[in-house]
Design a protein around this ligand. Structure first.
Ligand SMILES: Nc1ncnc2c1ncn2[C@@H]1O[C@H](COP(=O)(O)OP(=O)(O)OP(=O)(O)O)[C@@H](O)[C@H]1O
Ligand SMILES: [Mg+2]
Length: 247
């Protein structure tokens, strides 16, 4: 359902991404791991054109956008269509502080999709129950724990009915216990058949929850495959070195 190919990006002569490709099947949970600065966040941001790749193409569902040279108005319109299929969750939650949790989740469907207020509220309440926040939906974000904020951010992304969820280190700002609350929501979504791509430093989660792991280094996919196989017996010397320093 998602196909990225040959994604390249450089910043002022620094080749951050050297042609990354990724094919994702519906319902897969994919973890992207790799050393700091290897381009994981840049790649994730290129998948929904928050960052414009220098070259490469992305297809999500029936929307394809190929990049070559300058960024045009037509590209932007196509990127807009493509983003409608994508939910994104960041390390820092990015909730609106002056809105309750419920309002945070209702906002985009009302403003962007013109969903009727009553219906948006019903959807939001259902999603907040699902992520375990039914009891705190009238609170403002500053009265939530980090784990609760992140679950609210996930509910907010889900309210737009994306076909794929992208997460950039969703738990790295959280204590282990609060991380677990967030990871279990992601596991539940996986069981529901959601397609998810997660950039993570949490190797335990990458190994236990993913269908597939991508190891990225030097702007390339060095190795990808079944998490148990890769963690137990990495094929590439670079993957071995990375995993050895971590474990
Ligand atoms: N807007 C930018 N302008 C210039 N350089 C950038 C920009 N964004 C990222 N970079 C550089 O691109 C490289 C990859 O950055 P990126 O944030 O994608 O790495 P990462 O793998 O997500 O790292 P981390 O694990 O620390 O989050 C880094 O060298 C970074 O300094
Ligand atoms: Mg990053």
């Amino acid at each position: 359902m998602l196909q990225a190919s040959g994604i390249a990006k450089s910043y002022g002569g620094n080749d951050v991404l050297r042609g990354l490709s990724l094919d994702v099947e519906r319902g897969e949970l994919i973890s992207i791991i790799g050393p700091s600065g290897c381009g994981k966040s840049t790649f994730l941001r290129c998948l929904n054109f928050l960052e414009h790749p220098d070259a490469g193409s992305v297809r999500i569902e029936d929307v394809t956008l190929a990049c070559q040279g300058s960024w045009s108005r037509a590209n932007e319109a196509q990127a807009h269509r493509l983003r409608a299929h994508v939910g994104m969750v960041f390390q820092s939650f990015n909730l609106f502080p002056h809105r309750t949790v419920l309002e945070n989740v209702m906002m985009a469907p009302i403003q962007v999709k013109r969903v009727a207020r009553e219906q948006a509220q019903a959807i939001a309440c259902e999603l907040l129950e699902k992520v375990g926040l039914g009891a705190v939906k009238e609170r403002y974000p500053d009265r939530l724990s980090g784990g609760q904020k992140q679950r609210a951010a996930i509910a907010r992304a889900l309210a737009m009915k994306p076909s794929v969820m992208l997460y950039d280190e969703p738990t790295s700002a959280l204590d282990p216990e609060l991380s677990e609350e967030v990871l279990s929501v992601m596991r539940a979504l996986d069981e529901d058949g959601m397609t998810q791509i997660v950039v993570t430093h949490d190797m335990r989660f990458a190994r236990a929850a993913s269908d597939r792991v991508l190891y990225v280094e030097g702007g390339e996919v060095v190795e990808s495959g079944d998490p148990d196989l890769m963690f137990a017996d990495p094929k590439d010397a670079r993957t071995r070195r990375f995993l050895r320093t971590l474990l």
